[in-house]
Ligand binder design. Structure first.
Ligand code: UN1
Length: 509
């Protein structure tokens, strides 16, 4: 007779994953032994996993491993580096659903968007794998006879990659893939809110066959880990996406060492709606851009700049749509809007709602936390709209990074263009108009890194440059072949095969 033994409660409970750092091809705990937890923002009772709370000692070990791996990796032919990257992209495809579900659990975005995030990682991995067979430089005539002139891209060295939680798989791939294809090795520090997403990526990186030490992964706080990477004299290039204040601090520290630095910072993106626009189409774009990812995109629309003559009609349509949006766990197929990332984000949104009220803007939707009992366990906030915001109000100027939309009324196109451009950020902008001439004027006049015509402000594709003007960054671009500029040095090479001295500038005919 067989006896069935019931598992105990501890045996039944799924084990909480525990991850250390990944240094020189091995997983290991922080040298201090300290750990931290990541929790589900839709239900903060759920622990996603525990992770290494690292510090400068762990960063030093990771940098050493990256330095040791560098000579071999930079001499690996770029097409071969690309082949490993193709394998990584294929693994991401194979694991797409699992990665997406884990992303939703850890940072809250709805599943369809999490799939898009993973897809964006896959797209850049394939694009950059292809760069392994391009990495074009110039071959060009010399000004002198019997002389050859060309330029080639070379890796910079060890790349410090510091990434945010809002695109926890796409953005690490945006940064690591161009760094790696160019022959750099990497020290990767993910946001403290999404270490699990990052660890899952690193597992696939290892499985794809990137040699040990090529990608090193260190989790922990921005102060203890991020700044140690920035300050390390042996990290030669830093790529950071995050908030403007941290970016400024990184720029100061990296500047002291004259380090290459690429910054992707804030946005205060506007959608302009002209009097001749298709208003239903505009509402689709506004709702998706303002409330998708709970407004937590650098590219999110936080301002609607609308011609006064259609403002009331647009607002009615906008409110009708906004009130149908359902909040909840992003894993539920019925959910339109997931939670904010953490309690700090909720506090910030609350603060800005108060500021909006105090500044005399008219709250027309949302403005509080939802009442439903099942939403009390997560960081939920209602989609919120203010009307009558003035361009220079704080609601019209500051990046809130939440589901708060400001409606600014203007007289005509010229005023709209001025308002769209009057912020310290310049990432994305959009115009809805049926007039081709107005559309082309906007393409010329809107001073942002990305401009959309008859589409919202989000949804950039990975083969075009991504980044912005003014304080959105420091002039670099991610994605597209422009991303290679961050991670490579140019070397110009001259070969004189004349057999005698030819003096540049002097001996030319
Ligand atoms: C970000 O919010 O930092 O264009 C990135 C978009 C996405 C990328 C957003 N493809 O909205």
């Amino acid at each position: 007779m067989t006896q069935t033994i019931e598992p105990t409660a501890t045996e039944r409970a799924p084990a909480t994953p525990q991850y250390g750092n990944f240094i020189g091809g091995e997983w290991r705990p922080a040298e201090s032994g300290r750990t931290f937890e990541s929790r589900n923002p839709a239900d903060t009772r759920e622990v996603i996993g525990t992770f290494a709370a690292s510090d400068a000692a762990d960063v030093a070990a990771a940098v050493r491993a990256a330095e040791e791996a560098l000579p071999r990796w930079r001499r690996t032919p770029a097409p071969k580096r690309g082949e490993i990257m193709y394998d990584f992209a294929a693994l991401m495809r194979q694991h797409k659903e699992r990665l997406a579900r884990q992303m939703t659990r850890e940072m809250g975005k709805v599943l369809a968007e999490a799939r898009g995030d993973v897809q964006e990682g896959i797209d850049i991995a394939y694009l950059m794998a292809g760069e392994g067979r391009r990495l074009f430089g110039d071959t060009t005539p010399s000004e002198l006879p019997d002389k050859w002139a060309m330029s080639v891209r070379e890796p910079i060295g060890v790349a410090g990659i510091i990434t945010p939680w809002n695109f926890p798989m796409a953005i690490p791939c945006w940064k690591m893939m161009p760094a790696l294809i160019s022959g750099n090795t990497v020290v990767f520090k993910p946001a403290s809110d999404t270490p699990h997403c990052a660890a899952l990526l690193v597992e696939l990186i290892a499985e794809a066959g990137f040699p040990p030490g090529t990608v090193n992964f260190v989790t922990g706080s921005g102060q203890d880990v991020g700044m140690a990477i920035v300050d390390s004299p042996d990290v030669n290039v830093i790529s950071f996406t995050g908030n403007t204040e941290t970016g400024r601090e990184i720029a100061i520290r990296a500047g002291r060492r004259l380090k290459r630095l690429s910054l992707e910072l804030g946005g205060k993106n506007a959608i302009a709606v002209m009097a001749d626009a298709d208003l239903d189409l505009a509402v689709d774009g506004i709702v998706w851009s303002a409330f998708g990812t709970t407004g937590q995109r650098c590219t999110a629309c936080s301002r609607v700049v609308v011609a006064e003559s259609v403002a009331d009609e647009l607002l009615v349509k906008l409110l009708n749509r906004t009130t149908t949006l359902r909040l909840g766990s992003g894993l539920e197929p019925t959910t339109d809007i997931g939670p904010l990332i953490n309690s700090g984000a909720v506090a910030k949104v609350r603060e800005y709602v108060d500021i909006g009220r105090d500044d005399g803007a008219r709250l027309v939707a949302g403005g509080g936390r939802p009442q439903l009992p099942e939403l009390q366990v997560g960081h939920f906030y209602e989609p919120t709209i203010f009307d009558g915001v003035r361009p220079m109000d704080r609601l019209g100027q500051d990046e809130i990074f939440g589901p708060v939309l400001s409606v600014i009324r203007v007289a005509d196109y010229d005023e709209a263009a001025m308002v769209v451009n009057t912020t310290r950020y310049g990432l994305s902008s959009s115009i809805y108009t049926r007039d081709t001439n107005t559309a082309f004027r906007a393409m010329r006049d809107f001073s942002t890194g990305i401009v959309y015509i008859n589409a919202g402000t989000i949804g950039a594709e990975t083969h075009l440059p991504f980044g912005g003007t003014r304080q959105t960054g420091n002039g670099h671009r991610e994605a597209g072949h422009a991303a290679l500029d961050t991670f490579t040095e140019w070397k110009s090479i001259y070969v004189d095969y004349s057999g005698h001295l030819q003096r540049g500038q002097i001996d030319k005919q």
